[in-house]
Design a protein around this ligand. Structure first.
Ligand code: DAH
Length: 325
């Protein structure tokens, strides 16, 4: 019996050594480990042994069985992991680069505007893009049928709900929700039902600014906006304030920036001292508090900064355009 066991053991291992393919290995498995294989033979012989010999050979046979099975499994595993070896892929080649996205120029400019104003103590606020007539117009001193409504062609959702035509609606939400002093900006999308052309689109972005306290002045507003323009466009930027009219400010002005690339003045914002009527509408004491507000077009600023001539480019998602920023 000892001899038979040793023989199976040695021949199994030497044949295992010379197995080159998984077919060879399968044949080996059948020959030794299969139902009618040599190991089974040994177990059959074991059955015929005397009770005295059984404990000794029982143990030896079990050890042999686990040895053969483990060796077989190891070999099988090396075949499986080598399976890709006749694969033609070359893993040392450089991979395909995934196309990288770009930060949209409007996002760039918005971030820059935010950080300029944050550096002089403004907080960033948010407000709704869909709003009621009251917050978008009425509370801003633009009553129904007021001719000033014609300044902004409006998308109505129903007779009382609009896509905001400017970010000025956020002024009202801010003042309704907190007491002075206020020093906030708010950036976001606004919508106007205008004929689309190189200079106007049905959707664009604004930054609204609002400062309310007991001491702010037109001079402070001018200084703030001048500081902004110099930070944004450079120290030598030429800017001018023109008297203007907005129902929610009095006095009001518009600010133009000289566009070197297009050789012309470009309006970037409207501003003014908050109209006392607006303060009263939100329950502020207009004898005690005063403030200034401004609203600027982000597309305009990006167009001046980058020399872009057509506002529609911002909305076409053309990678050739977007990749330039
Ligand atoms: N809301 C105005 C517009 O969209 C811009 C504006 C002008 C905002 C004067 C202001 C302001 O806050 O004080 O045309």
């Amino acid at each position: 019996m000892d001899k038979a066991i040793n023989k199976v053991k040695t021949s199994f291992h030497s044949e295992l050594e010379s197995c080159k393919t998984s077919e060879n290995l399968e044949q080996l498995r059948i020959k030794y480990l299969g139902r009618k294989g040599q190991l089974t033979d040994l177990f059959n012989q074991f059955g015929a042994l005397s009770n005295k010999e059984k404990p000794k050979y029982g143990k030896t046979l079990n050890i042999l069985k686990s040895d053969l099975t483990a060796s077989y499994n190891n070999k099988l595993a090396t075949f499986n992991s080598d399976q890709g070896s006749d694969d033609k892929r070359d893993f040392s080649l450089p991979g395909y680069a995934l196309p990288k996205g770009n930060i949209h120029p409007l996002e760039h400019v918005t971030d820059e505007i935010k950080s300029i104003f944050q550096s002089i103590g403004f907080s960033v606020a948010y407000g709704p893009e869909i709003d009621d007539d009251y917050h978008n117009f009425e509370a801003l001193n633009v009553p129904k049928h007021h001719p000033a409504r014609d300044m902004q062609d409006t998308f109505f959702i129903d007779s009382d709900v609009v896509l905001r035509t400017h970010t000025s609606n956020v002024q009202i939400h801010l003042m309704e929700n907190q007491d002075p002093p206020l020093r906030h900006i708010c950036c976001g999308r606004v919508f106007r039902n205008e004929a689309v052309s190189y200079k106007s689109f049905c959707l664009f972005h604004q930054v609204e600014g609002l400062v309310i306290n007991e001491s702010s002045s037109f001079a402070e507003m001018k200084g703030t906006l001048e500081y902004f323009a110099k930070e944004m466009f450079g120290k030598d930027t030429k800017m001018r304030f023109r008297p203007s009219y907005f129902p929610f400010t009095e006095p009001s002005a518009e600010v133009d920036i000289w566009n070197d690339k297009l050789n012309q003045w470009m309006e970037i914002l409207g501003c003014g001292m908050v109209n006392p009527n607006v303060l009263e509408n939100v329950g502020y004491d207009s004898e005690k508090y005063q403030g200034f507000a401004f609203g600027m077009g982000i597309e305009r600023i990006a167009m001046i900064k980058y020399g872009i001539r057509d506002i529609r480019l911002f909305y076409q998602n053309d990678k050739r355009f977007l990749e330039q920023f």
